[in-house]
Structure formats: structure tokens, C-alpha cells
Design a protein around this ligand. Structure first.
Ligand SMILES: Cc1cc2nc3c(=O)[nH]c(=O)nc-3n(C[C@H](O)[C@H](O)[C@H](O)COP(=O)(O)OP(=O)(O)OC[C@H]3O[C@@H](n4cnc5c(N)ncnc54)[C@H](O)[C@@H]3O)c2cc1C
Length: 437
């Protein structure tokens, strides 16, 4: 069901001008957060809730609208107490892997991204968080604090720095040289000559591909339609490639979307907005021994098998904030030990193992041809709700996650099973990381 637009809460304006760098050790910020995207705001809000003195560095106005749209499963938003910030919420949620729809039976929502941003900014303003403006370019570490220098020459000191500057972070280091798969999508919000999806419906993955030739279906990488009814005869339709190295190109995705719509006899009548989506899916974990702590895209927190990030920001910001608060309160720890403790709070062994398992899973999915991929997803979504949704939201403890995968293997057709058994390319190495991440 499409819900009416949520009214955004009043925004207490963050300080717009650069503040003076803290002068003495007594006044030094506990944490400097770099960035003003969802990850930066989520972690800054969790830190001030723990009584820490937080400053933040934004490239631009931190209240400038975010470019992306953020989708999330309804129960995830509810668990974080943010269900009221969903602009749209659908209970008619389906996918198509064959002739009949797979009904998911779980709500899906789209955040009112402005309301979400303002929710966090208001919390930060109420806690007196100082916003600096500038591009972080350098960092120097001392025994008990770090100093970030901006392109404009400002020097910002804090006991700990959290880098939330996105998928290509300014400071966080991670292993280089591994092939990285990108999720790519081309979408548009618009009006159409006929409804591309049922009224009040959200389509997670429509893998029907009758609009492609047999040769295209056999030889070219698959893509699917992600689509939703936005109400008032507006729809969002997006042709999406789950993950590929190198990613599928935007022109190809656009052409496939046009052909898909034309095949269904649907013409685009008005385009309100075009979305070009590209982000890395299977980044390796960052080096957990570094002095700068990461969060969000910077800390490889995108779910490697589904591409979702926002749910895990909401769930894991409190864990990282707890670890930082405890580390900063411990007088026996120097800066390096505090950072190590913080990283451990964000990426404990259990989560590192699950991350390795998801990366291994994605490697398998990327090599399935279209018919096996459909068979895989049919089996996957036939698992009990708690298992498939726990897999997609990374909320299943490792033993249950492994149990779900065993069940999937046991119930899958032989073509899918064979794909799971056969170890190709770097799959054995990725699997070994589940034991030694
Ligand atoms: C089109 C699109 C749609 C997506 N849809 C979803 C979705 O539906 N659900 C979902 O969970 N995920 C989605 N994602 C994936 C992911 O959630 C986003 O990429 C998300 O924005 C990452 O959040 P972040 O805060 O880590 O990084 P970003 O949003 O990239 O924010 C980084 C911040 O750091 C700042 N910054 C960068 N460099 C510096 C510097 N040197 N100094 C100071 N500041 C700096 C930037 O200005 C920005 O404020 C989508 C991604 C894209 C591209």
C-alpha cells in the first residue's frame, strides 16, 4: 500500500560556517566524522547519544539533498524506530522468476530521504555538533589524537576520526587488486501509457526476459526490473544488474528497459527523474589495524549479495558507537588501541565471517546464466521468511545462515546444486576466508 508523504520534522539548522579548530586538549573533540551522507549522520547521531563530543566535516552544506533514493525492508525501518520516515510502504511485494509471481509477504519501503536526513541533523544540532566545511585531504596521527587537514588548510583535531566519506574513502585503506563487482542500474520516475506494475505494488526483481532474443538470454549477462507504484499514476522502473565485473553499461541497461516496456506495450509519457546507479558490491574488508575508523561505504558495509546498506547503518551504528565510547573512556588505551577496539566493535569475527560468506555467494550468482539464476532465486525465496529475509538483511547468526544455505542446496534443482558445488576461479579462496577472514 502506498502511504501518504510523511511531513518532515522541523530542521534545526546546523552551523553553516567553518568553526575554529579546538584549541586545547581539554576542548578537543572526542570524534571527528568525515562526510555528511547517511553513514556520517547515522554514526554521528549514535555517538552524541552516548554523550561524546562530536564534530563533523562536510564537503558542502550538510543539509544539501542526498542524490540517491534509499529502499529498505519495512521491518528493518520499524526495528530502528524509523518506520514513520518511510515516504512509501508497500505490502504487495513480489518478484518474477517464472510465469507466476513469487509473493514476498514482507513490507518494503522507500525512505523520505529528506525527512531521514533532517531527523539526524536535528539530533546533531540539538547536541551542539559543530559542522566544519571543506575537503579532507590529509591526516596525521599522534599518540592520543589525530589531525585532519582540509584542502583549504584548516586543521581539525579529535581523539578519533571516523571516515564516512563513501565507497572511495579519503583515508580508510583496504586491500587493493581484487576485481570489484558493481551493481549498475538505469531507472526513471515517470508517467506511462499503462501501469508498468500493478496498482499499489512493489516489484523487487522481475527476471522475465521475453523481450530479449534467445541468443541475448543465453550469451549476455542477465538483468532484472526493480519497480514500484509511487501513487498518483507515477511509477519508478529500473533495469538492474545485480553485480558484474566490469559493471553493465548504462546505455545497455537503458536499452533493455526501453525494450522491456515496449514489449509490454507501454510507452513512457513523461520523465520526472532519471537515476544512474553504480556502486561496488563486494569490497574486501578494510584493514582493521588502521588508526582511522570507517563507517558505511567507506567500511565495506554494503551487503555483498544484495547491495543494501542503509539497514545495516541503522543496526550497526549503535555497536560502533558503543565500542568507541568504551575505548575513549579507557585511560589505559592509546589512540591505536582505541581504533582497534572500535574496528572490532564494527567488524567482530562473526560479521567478518558472514561478509566472507556473502562475497562467496555473490561470486556464484555472478556466474549463473539467466535460467539458473531464476531457478536459484525461486528456491531462495521458497525458504522460510526468517531465513531469506535474514540472509538479505544480514541478521542471521552464522550457524543459521549456514543452515539456510544447506537447506537451499537440499531443495534446489540439480542445475543450481551443480553450480554451488563446482569451485571456479577465486571461489575456493573466498570460501577459505569464511574460516580465516
Ligand atoms: C543511485 C543509488 C541508489 C542506491 N540505493 C540504495 C538503496 O535503495 N538502499 C541501500 O541500502 N543502498 C542504496 N545504495 C547504496 C548505498 O546505500 C549508497 O551508496 C550510500 O549513499 C552510501 O552511503 P555513505 O554515507 O557511506 O556514502 P555517501 O552517501 O557516498 O556519502 C559520502 C559523504 O562523504 C563526503 N565526502 C567524500 N569525500 C570527502 C572528503 N574528502 N572530505 C569531506 N567529505 C567527503 C561526501 O560529500 C558525502 O557527504 C544506492 C546507491 C546509489 C548510487
Amino acid at each position: 500500500m502506498v502511504r501518504p508523504r510523511t511531513e518532515a520534522p522541523a530542521l534545526t539548522s546546523p552551523s553553516a560556517s567553518p568553526a575554529a579548530a579546538p584549541s586545547g586538549p581539554g576542548e578537543r573533540a572526542d570524534v571527528l566524522v568525515v562526510g555528511s551522507g547517511p553513514a556520517a549522520l547515522a554514526i554521528a547521531a549514535a555517538l552524541v547519544e552516548r554523550g561524546l563530543r562530536v564534530e563533523a566535516l562536510a564537503l558542502d552544506d550538510p543539509a544539501a539533498p542526498w542524490a540517491n533514493t534509499y529502499g529498505i525492508w519495512g521491518p528493518e525501518a520499524d526495528r530502528a524506530g524509523l518506520g514513520h520516515l518511510l515516504e512509501h510502504r508497500w505490502s504487495n511485494t513480489v518478484s518474477w522468476f517464472g510465469a507466476e509471481p513469487t509473493r514476498h509477504g514482507i513490507d518494503y519501503g522507500l525512505f523520505d530521504k529528506r525527512a531521514l536526513q533532517q531527523h539526524w541533523l536535528a539530533l546533531l544540532a540539538a547536541a551542539g555538533v559543530v559542522w566544519h566545511r571543506g575537503r579532507a585531504v590529509e591526516i596525521a596521527h599522534h599518540s592520543c589524537h589525530s589531525v585532519v587537514t582540509t584542502a583549504g588548510g584548516d586543521r581539525l583535531a579529535a581523539r578519533l576520526v571516523v571516515d564516512a566519506s563513501g565507497h572511495e574513502p579519503v583515508f580508510v585503506q583496504r586491500p587493493q587488486g581484487e576485481p570489484i563487482a558493481g551493481q549498475a542500474a538505469y531507472g526513471l520516475v515517470g508517467r506511462f501509457s499503462a501501469a508498468p506494475v500493478e496498482s499499489g505494488q512493489f516489484v523487487l526483481m522481475d527476471f522475465r526476459a521475453d523481450h530479449l532474443s534467445e541468443a541475448e538470454r543465453q550469451d549476455e549477462p542477465p538483468s532484472f526490473l526493480y519497480a514500484m507504484d509511487l501513487g498518483e499514476e507515477r511509477f519508478f522502473v529500473e533495469e538492474t544488474s545485480l553485480a558484474l565485473t566490469p559493471p553493465l553499461s548504462f546505455p545497455l541497461l537503458r536499452e533493455r528497459l526501453e525494450r522491456r516496456l515496449a514489449h509490454a506495450g507501454i510507452a513512457v509519457e513523461a520523465i520526472e527523474h532519471e537515476e544512474f546507479c553504480l556502486f561496488p558490491m563486494n569490497l574486501p574488508l578494510p584493514d582493521l589495524d588502521q588508526r582511522v575508523v570507517g563507517f558505511g561505504g567507506a567500511a565495506s558495509m554494503v551487503h555483498p549479495a544484495s547491495g543494501y546498506l542503509v539497514g545495516s547503518l541503522l543496526r550497526r551504528a549503535p555497536d560502533l558507537a558503543d565500542a568507541i565510547a568504551a575505548a575513549l573512556a579507557d585511560p589505559a588505551l592509546d589512540g591505536a588501541a582505541q581504533a582497534r577496539q572500535a574496528w572490532e566493535g564494527l567488524w567482530p569475527l562473526e560479521l567478518r565471517r558472514r561478509h566472507a560468506l556473502f562475497r562467496f555467494g555473490l561470486e556464484k550468482l555472478m556466474r549463473y546464466p539467466e535460467d539458473q539464476l531464476r531457478a536459484f532465486f525461486t528456491t531462495f525465496f521458497a525458504l522460510p521468511h526468517q531465513e531469506w529475509s535474514g540472509f538479505l538483511t544480514n541478521t542471521l547468526p552464522l550457524p543459521r545462515l549456514v543452515g539456510a544455505m544447506v537447506r537451499l542446496f537440499a531443495t534446489a534443482p540439480w542445475s543450481v546444486r551443480w553450480g554451488l558445488i563446482e569451485q571456479r576461479g577465486r571461489e575456493p579462496g573466498l570460501l577459505a576466508r569464511v574460516l580465516a577472514p
